[in-house]
Design a protein. Structure first.
Length: 125
């Protein structure tokens, strides 16, 4: 399992490298590894840009059939967040993050609480 903290989007390259190393050690490569890096990146950017996070705790665990992702931050997310996301106007340059996450991962949960917000999902190995 990987557990780490990042304090800005500038640390995403290091985080993606750490995730790739973990997945490689556990025999995960190709599309599932790429999808995991992209999902974590999208969720992290959302945490910083939309959740007001000053730092994020990121956990990635490789299980028998799944790669479990969990991000926790002290920011507050405006609720309700749609259960599913749709792509924005094709000419829009932004607002695709959750739609991409929903295409690549399953079981996305956003759990607000007094200690912050937790976002979880799974990617099939």
């Amino acid at each position: 399992m990987l557990t780490t903290t990042i304090e800005s989007v500038q640390e995403l390259e290091r985080l993606r490298g750490d995730i790739a190393a973990l997945l490689g050690r556990r025999g995960v490569s190709g599309t599932p590894a790429a999808d995991t890096g992209l999902v974590v990146t999208e969720l992290a950017v959302n945490g910083f840009e939309h959740g007001g996070a000053e730092k994020l705790e990121v956990k990635v665990a490789v299980e028998d059939q799944d790669i479990r992702v969990e991000l926790t931050h002290l920011g507050v997310v405006d609720l309700p967040i749609p259960a599913t996301s749709s792509m924005p106007d094709p000419l829009s340059m932004r607002h695709r993050g959750l739609a991409i996450v929903d295409l690549l991962a399953r079981g996305r949960e956003i759990i607000p609480g007094p200690g912050g917000t937790i976002v979880r999902c799974s990617i099939t190995r």
